[in-house]
Design a protein around this ligand. Structure first.
Ligand SMILES: Cc1cc2nc3c(=O)[nH]c(=O)nc-3n(C[C@H](O)[C@H](O)[C@H](O)COP(=O)(O)OP(=O)(O)OC[C@H]3O[C@@H](n4cnc5c(N)ncnc54)[C@H](O)[C@@H]3O)c2cc1C
Length: 221
């Protein structure tokens, strides 16, 4: 009989775990508490070689649709003057592109949205995942990929608490076409940084020609 796995959390971590288990011949079901399409919540995400290797191993085709290639990082001062440049070749993607590619691979019958995991029990060699709606899923393996405030981890290691890193990030997307003409031309396809003391702002283009911006700022919890 095929071995069965239940993955709690249908974001990138859960989808990668599910994909690799499927590759190994497991029957895998992913349970995600958010009922609507997660892709709508994502913004820009930088890629790197390890991500491409993992995607390729899962048979995901890597082509120009995955992201926008940037070749230079440009650091600006507070007045918008360039203070430093560095050649770095990187593809900037959209979280939704990576997510959709992985989710498609899992297959719709194995991705269960709107299912909030509430706890697990063990019965012999089986693990039984319970959900808020009273339903259950039985498997040989349970994977907790349910993020920073993981309910799976809370049951296994009740004392583990996330530690505040000391800063928050604001991020958003602006349509390239909504920028003033002059600004759009001067930005080109660059990857920009501004580094006020103790802070970092960055922006880059993602597929769909949206500018992804993030502002990291220290603040109390
Ligand atoms: C919707 C979304 C959009 C994101 N967009 C970006 C982005 O644009 N750029 C970027 O750099 N990073 C983004 N991130 C962050 C980044 O992808 C991840 O935080 C990081 O890669 C770690 O992934 P993860 O799968 O371990 O955890 P997470 O991405 O945090 O995923 C955990 C998942 O588990 C689900 N979950 C939690 N509790 C339960 C439960 N009890 N039962 C069932 N499911 C549960 C959550 O809803 C979530 O989907 C995003 C994350 C999410 C969830």
């Amino acid at each position: 009989m095929r071995r069965r796995a239940v993955v709690i959390g249908g974001s990138l971590g859960g989808l990668f775990a599910a994909g690799f288990l499927q590759e190994l011949g497991w029957q895998v079901d992913v349970y995600e508490r958010v009922a609507d399409e997660l892709a709508a919540r994502g913004a820009g995400i930088g890629t790197h070689g390890a991500l491409f290797d993992a995607l390729r191993r899962l048979g995901v085709e890597i082509d120009d649709r995955l992201g926008i290639r940037v070749t230079e990082r440009i650091c600006l001062d507070g007045n918008g003057n360039t203070v430093h440049t560095k050649r770095v070749d990187q593809v900037m993607s959209h979280w939704a592109r990576v997510y959709r590619a992985l989710k498609e691979r899992i297959g719709p019958g194995h991705y269960h949205a709107g299912r909030n995991f509430s706890g697990f029990t063990e019965q012999g060699a089986e693990v039984i995942a319970g959900f808020d709606d009273g339903s259950e899923a039985r498997a040989d393996l349970l994977i907790g990929a349910d993020g920073l405030r993981s309910s799976v981890r809370a049951q296994l290691i009740p004392d583990a608490e996330p530690r505040y890193a000391g800063y928050v990030a604001w991020r958003g997307l602006v349509k390239d076409g909504e920028l003033p003409d002059g600004l759009r031309k001067s930005l080109g396809d660059g990857y920009y940084f501004v580094l006020p003391p103790g802070e970092m702002m960055l922006c880059y283009l993602v597929p769909g020609r949206d500018w992804n911006y993030v502002w990291y700022r220290p603040t109390t919890e």
